[in-house]
Design a protein around this ligand. Sequence first.
Ligand code: MG
Length: 277
Amino acid sequence: MQNKLIITVAPTGSVPKKEKTPHVPVTTEEIVEDALKCEQVGASILHIHTRDEQQNPSDAPERFAEVVGALKGRTRLILQVSTGGRAGVGLESRLQRLSAGSEMASLTTGSVNFPNSAYVNPPDLVAALATEMKRLAIKPEVEVFDFSMLHNAIDLVRSGILQPPMHVNFVMGLKGAMPARIEHLTHLVGFLPKGSTWCVSGVAAAQLPMAVHAILMGGHVRVGLEDNIYYRKGELATNAQLVERIVRISTELGREIATTDEARQLLSLTSLESKNL
Ligand code: MG
């Protein structure tokens, strides 16, 4: 199969609330409805965060299980739970989300400063999450906010904790982490072990340009309100609109969009599917 484009949608994240954009899905029903729309227009992977009644990020494993459970049987989307946690969120709650029944989960392989907080992922926590993903046959999406995190992930592969081929998401343009620049992206991609797949999440105004770079370079793309709430300056986007725009641009550039099952093949998920769906 040619290298078709895998589109991930990250519809919710931890930050935007309804006051900021009415389009952000925060309840289970809203997340499910939005996910199904995004699947219809071309997304293959759903990156899942959950919120509590006040729209604040929820760390409760039950919330993740609820979203995954509500989607199963209604979608072919590849479900990917976030194992991220704000400072103070314990390993236990982050590990328990892996029991929600998703095919993938995010794995941040180091620590970084966010604009107003530290995102802390010490080596023992990273190893514990990775080990549990391996045990449950969940494919990690390695979240790389900084160059060191790519090398940490390569070390985890060498030590047998991470199973190759890796799938890596480069998060670029978040204040405190890597700037969204094509030369940084080229450099990072050059260090990926052979056979790896990769994706870019450009933050805010960097979402579209970084996505276009990724399409042209043979990588994959993540869009969604977690990373960017605007369609263009001053105009709020819906998640489906952001997915549709990537479909249009990639198609114009001659790169076809992967179906959900083609994405499974590209990510070597096929062997896991029977367990999870
Ligand atoms: Mg996330």
